[in-house]
Design a protein around this ligand. Structure first.
Ligand code: ZN
Length: 88
């Protein structure tokens, strides 16, 4: 495992001690990124020629994705509350 440079803090524990590795294949490459703080792991496949770059961008996009998901969920809750009204 190699230490990831410019890693954003782990969503689960806030650690920036992040390591990564890949299988080293030129096609159908796969990789793992792990937080050394809490052990949270992401398994990735379909990586291309620049696995470190790809793994980092996926890792660093986690928060953005989580925020987008939260916004979607809030909207869903709002819609359900409208439908259900006082019964909810
Ligand atoms: Zn962590």
């Amino acid at each position: 495992m190699e230490k990831m440079k410019w890693a954003k803090p782990c969503l689960h524990c806030g650690s920036t001690d992040i390591v990564w590795s890949d299988c080293g294949y030129s096609s159908f490459n796969c990789g793992t990124v792990r937080c050394e703080g809490c052990g949270f792991e992401l398994k990735l496949d379909h990586l291309g020629c620049w696995p470190e770059k790809e793994i980092r961008s996926i890792w660093n996009a986690q928060k953005k994705k989580a925020i987008a998901r939260l916004k979607k969920l809030r909207k869903e809750v709002e819609e359900l509350e409208k439908i259900l009204g006082d019964d909810a």
